[in-house]
Design a protein around this ligand. Structure first.
Ligand code: FAD
Ligand code: NAD
Length: 473
């Protein structure tokens, strides 16, 4: 060990990297973490999960006050005004507190922060800010960045065509925001600005929102977002964008192509004072010097690993958004713990079949495991559904939208997937993930006592519906 400066050098201090660094230090290893950004916490804490949730929460409170929900409960507010600067400052405060918290945890666990971008010299040495450091193990946790859309150039400073980072810091509420991409970022940040007063149009290439989610969930989500006032242009693509005088003019075409069978052109022009490009994210590998260590990328630009998170190059490991799998902070964190444990000689495992996903709109949209479509392809299944309208707590809170769906194997009754649309679906899905991790059957969930009145009772009732016996429908 004496031959190396560190036992473990982690590149990137996002939820994957900082968690790996802390866990490795907790296991007694000498650890450094290189981070090119001025603050720790990666995309998630700086420009992702945390600031977006701060704005989702703030905008929800604004909509409750301005939109009459509070009045329904007898709370008179008088005229409601938006102080956008204060809302953005509140978001910045959350980011500062949490990124500072990681700095504190690094000091507490004696993780050395190497400030700067890391470049491989060889498999065991990396240059950071002009200095070369060596490590027995190097963990690549460099995360991901926004996928650009050719012809639609993002300029966050001008604030007309922005990516998610720009959309977290708009100086004023747009009159008309066009969101390109009806995925998680488009719907979350589109919801923020709609609640604050913008007209929002979502342009989605596919014929449904939220790719990867259960079919019923995708359909129901579209209905709910339309009801909330979002305009949805599905099966549509943006082919050009021009910016002039603080406005963007977008050319839209059907995803299938510009002309009908009779050869008639079908393009459309949309004007917007803000365009959010949210068509996905791609792994960060450029400039890392992977060619120096002979590490190749797969067709999607990701680094492949085995189930221990080891790459093909001995001593080099990879986790988080830069490897295959859903680009989610909790997936990166769990991989961070597992890789540190594997490096320390323990057995670190992540069950990639049970990773919950949550869209933090109102209502929230959450799922874990297989979609009904994927489960059906694998074999015979039973499905139980329960509407939130029939859940006493949701009804009392005036939150009628959504449902819970439990998908179980027809023979073994083992739960294969759970999907929820409900105001607190993100919290509800945790029990489904835990049940699936323990190999639960739908009967196990149906016979577990759930506190009343809670939204979670809808999970129990949906599990009861798998065998046809819900009480409240
Ligand atoms: P990252 O968080 O991207 O961190 C990688 C770090 O590596 C970065 O700080 C980068 O500066 C650094 N880096 C890169 N290259 C180098 C180098 N060569 N040298 C030194 N440092 C380097 N996920 C959720 O689960 N829940 C959410 O609610 C959620 N909301 C999101 C909202 C938005 C707007 C966005 C954009 C993403 C959101 N995500 C969410 C996704 C989540 O942020 C990512 O999945 C997660 O951050 C991935 O973690 P990571 O550690 O792999 O990479
Ligand atoms: P996404 O993959 O969720 O959605 C992108 C959408 O854009 C898709 O629906 C896709 O069909 C569409 N699209 C692609 N090209 C298009 C085009 N040319 N025109 C119109 N539509 C097009 O990606 P995202 O919303 O950018 O989010 C990126 C990643 O960040 C996701 O993987 C997500 O997991 C993560 N994220 C997670 C959360 C969360 O967990 N709550 C929040 C934000 C982001």
């Amino acid at each position: 060990m004496a031959d190396y400066d560190y036992d473990v050098l982690v590149i990137g201090a996002g939820p994957g990297g900082y968690v790996a660094a802390i866990r490795a230090a907790q296991l007694g290893l000498k650890v450094a973490c290189a981070e090119g950004r001025a603050t720790l916490g990666g995309t998630c804490l700086n420009v992702g999960c945390i600031p977006s949730k701060a704005l989702l929460h703030g905008s929800e409170l604004f909509e409750d006050a301005a939109g009459g929900t509070m009045a329904t409960y007898g709370i008179k507010t008088g005229p409601v005004e938006l102080d956008l600067a204060a809302m953005l400052a509140q978001k910045d405060e959350s980011v500062k507190g949490l990124t500072g918290g990681i700095e504190f945890l690094f000091r507490k666990n004696k993780v050395t922060w190497l400030k700067g971008m890391a470049v491989f010299k060889d498999a065991h040495s990396v240059e950071v800010a002009g200095e070369t450091v060596s490590a027995k193990n190097v963990v690549i946790a460099t995360g991901s960045s926004v996928t650009p859309l050719p012809g639609v150039e993002v300029d966050n400073d001008k604030g007309v065509i922005v990516d998610s980072t720009g959309a977290l810091a708009l100086a004023k509420v747009p009159q008309h925001m066009v969101v390109i991409g009806g995925g998680v970022i488009g719907l979350e940040l589109g919801s923020v600005w709609r609640r604050l007063g913008a007209k929002v149009t979502v342009v989605e290439f596919l014929d449904q929102l939220l790719p990867g989610m259960d079919g019923d969930v995708r359909k129901e989500a579209a209905k709910i977002f339309k009801k909330q006032g979002m305009e949805l242009k599905l099966s549509t693509k943006v082919t050009a964008a021009k910016v002039k005088g603080g406005k963007a003019t977008l050319t839209l075409e059907p995803a299938a192509g510009p002309s009908t069978s009779s050869g008639e052109a079908r393009s459309e022009v949309l004007e917007a004072d803000c365009v959010l490009v949210a068509i996905g994210r791609r792994p960060n590998t450029a400039g890392l010097g992977l060619d120096q260590i002979g590490l190749e990328l797969n067709a999607r630009g990701q680094i492949e690993t085995d189930h221990e998170f080891a790459t093909k190059v001995p001593g080099v490991w990879a986790i988080g958004d830069v490897i295959p799998g859903p680009m989610l902070a909790h997936k990166a964190e769990d991989e961070g713990i597992a890789v540190a444990e594997n490096i320390a000689g323990l057995t670190g495992i992540v069950n990639h079949d049970v990773i919950p996903g949550v869209v933090y709109t109102m209502p929230e949209i959450a799922g874990v495991g297989l979609t009904e479509e994927a489960a059906r392809e694998r074999g015979k299944i039973k499905v139980g559904k329960f509407p939130m309208l029939a859940n006493s707590r949701a009804k009392t809170n005036h939150e009628p939208d959504g449902f819970v769906k439990v998908i179980a194997d027809a023979e073994t009754d083992r739960v294969l997937g759970v999907w929820c649309i409900a105001s607190v679906a993100g919290t509800m899905i945790a029990q489904a993930a835990q049940a699936m991790e323990f190999g639960a059957t739908s009967e196990d969930i149906a016979y577990t006592c759930h506190a009343h009145p809670t939204h979670s009772e809808a999970i129990k009732e949906a599990a009861m519906a798998v065998t046809g016996k819900p009480i409240h429908t």
